[in-house]
Design a protein around this ligand. Structure first.
Ligand code: ADP
Ligand code: MG
Length: 492
């Protein structure tokens, strides 16, 4: 029997608003001391009332638009009751049946493409943070409560059960992360908890269209963990079915160290949340004007931008992918190429390829070393890099020298002309400058010449090395190789 997996994702995303979802204190709690960013509403003091954060609604609308959702004209909030020390009011304000956005989709750029339908995007509030303090013999002796996170805006994106493999899930997660970062509405960082996925997984015989019992898997804080948890869960469920038993509906937690999912809560133990409409917040009307003005703020999104980079700049898929994953990188690339935007397709393509090589190569390597993720935060200005690319393309610098120049540009922020002058760099090329150097190298390396003439190609490399040494690394490599070959050909 062949099985297929059916997977739906519920993703919580923290939105980067200035203040909290229903209260006035700062929503930037990540680096704050415990219990320093709080307000009466977020602490649930008696007599306080929630006020909806307009920006949070707008951000949710932007995400909804980016993933092709309908935007509700009226949206409402609901109370979800449960008791836990991290939930200040004893209930969470969320949205049950009239979410802000509904019925969208993301087309995953896989081969073949996969469409994942989006069921809904709604807003709710995050809970406080509990820190469990361990005693000397192990085990929790007491728990500390940090209220800073309580009430920060949390958006939930729920997919239909349209994914079939962990590869599709990985693609869904990275694409959603890219969209959120492009829109500038969140950091979408799994490790810091600003992007949290719960995976619903079931298995069924290939060909069957009815859904089967699903298991919800939680506690994954890296993309890699989501992928491993899903793969493990699929295998586990297939083994259950094969042994003639039934998969039971439950919530399981991922243990990253052991690489297994463990039961957390069965269907019987599920909460009865006793939802009812939030009486303190009237239904929220989203006007056409509000939708239009939000639409006007939407930037070009990563998948569209990648396609355009391939069409307009003639980049290959790989380069276009790397350059568009982060918005600041894509912006930077287009600034470097701005000077040739009006040129012919051939010139644009050649120039763009060169710029892409520098950005995805040397620049990415240096940024990686320094743990910088935003290209505009480096010391290299796009115009300065454009000059370097131009000089390199016009063969005023060879590969070695250009790299040397770039390194100084990157570490000191100096412009390329100054670096070239300071280091005395230039290209040694042409019969007048390079010719005599090549002659001398041939003269002084009789053995390599004889070997080469006897068919030993490696000797050419040696001779090239000597030319580079004599020119302090500044010879036009392609020309020098050509010259050595030509001059030696006459000796055969
Ligand atoms: P619940 O009533 O348990 O909350 P929902 O129908 O609201 O379930 O779906 C919650 C999530 O589970 C959604 O992301 C949905 O796509 C996914 N899902 C629903 N049924 C299945 C299934 N049989 N297999 C896998 N995922 C499923
Ligand atoms: Mg549900």
């Amino acid at each position: 029997m062949e099985y297929e997996a059916v997977i739906g994702l519920e993703t919580h995303v923290q939105l980067k608003t200035r203040s909290k979802m229903f209260g006035t204190s700062s929503a930037e709690y990540q680096n704050a001391d415990p219990n320093t960013v709080v307000d009466a509403v977020s602490m649930a003091l008696p007599g306080t009332l929630p006020v909806v954060n307009e920006k949070a609604i707008e951000y949710a609308m932007m995400i909804g638009m980016a993933i092709n959702c309908n935007i509700a004209r009226v949206t409402k909030f609901d109370r979800k009751q449960y008791t836990y020390p991290d939930l200040m009011k004893g209930y969470q304000i969320t949205q049950l049946d009239e979410p802000i956005c509904y019925d969208g989709y993301i087309d995953l750029p896989l081969d073949p493409p996969v469409r994942v339908r989006i069921n809904r995007v709604h807003m709710e509030e995050d809970v406080a943070r509990l820190v469990h303090v361990e005693g000397p013999q192990g085990g929790t002796i007491h728990s500390l409560l940090d209220i800073n996170r309580a009430g920060t805006p949390l958006m939930e994106v729920v997919t239909e059960p349209d994914m079939r493999t962990s590869e599709q899930v990985e693609s869904y997660i990275t694409n959603l992360q890219h969209i959120i970062r492009y829109l500038g509405v969140g950091t979408a960082n799994m490790e810091e908890g600003s992007f949290r996925c719960d995976a619903n997984v079931s298995v069924r015989p290939v060909g069957q269209t009815e859904l089967t019992t699903k298991v919800e898997v939680k506690n994954m804080n890296r993309v890699r963990a989501v992928v491993r948890a899903i793969e493990h869960e699929i295998e586990r469920q297939i083994a259950v079915v094969e042994s003639g038993e039934r998969v039971v509906q439950e919530t399981r937690g991922w243990d990253d160290g052991k690489g297994v999912t463990i039961p957390q809560r069965s269907k019987e133990e599920a909460h009865d949340y006793r939802f009812f409409p939030e009486p303190d917040i009237p239904p929220l009307v989203i006007t056409e004007e509000w939708i239009d003005s939000t639409q006007a703020k939407m930037p070009e999104l990563p998948i569209a931008r990648k396609d355009r980079f391939v069409d307009e700049w003639g980049l290959n898929e790989y380069d276009a992918d790397l350059l568009t994953a982060v918005r600041s990188t894509a912006d930077y690339f287009e600034e470097v190429c701005a000077g040739v935007k009006a040129s012919t397709a051939d010139v644009k393509k050649a120039y763009a390829k060169e710029a892409a090589n520098w950005l995805n190569g040397e620049m990415a390597r240096m940024m990686n070393n320094d743990e910088i993720s935003d290209m505009s935060q480096t010391r290299v200005k796009p115009a300065a890099l454009a000059t370097l690319v131009e000089k390199f393309r016009k063969r005023e610098l060879n590969n070695n020298s250009a790299k040397q120049v770039f390194e100084v540009m990157y570490t000191k922020g100096t412009d390329p002309e100054t670096v070239i002058k300071d280091l005395g760099l230039g290209m040694v090329s042409g019969a007048d400058s390079l010719g005599p150097v090549v002659d001398e190298v041939i003269e002084n390396n009789e053995k390599a010449v004889v070997d080469f003439l006897a068919g030993k190609e490696a000797s050419l490399k040696f001779l090239m090395g000597q030319v580079m040494k004599a020119t302090r690394g500044q010879a036009d490599a392609a020309q020098a190789t050509e010259m050595i070959r030509e001059k030696l050909a006459t000796r055969r």
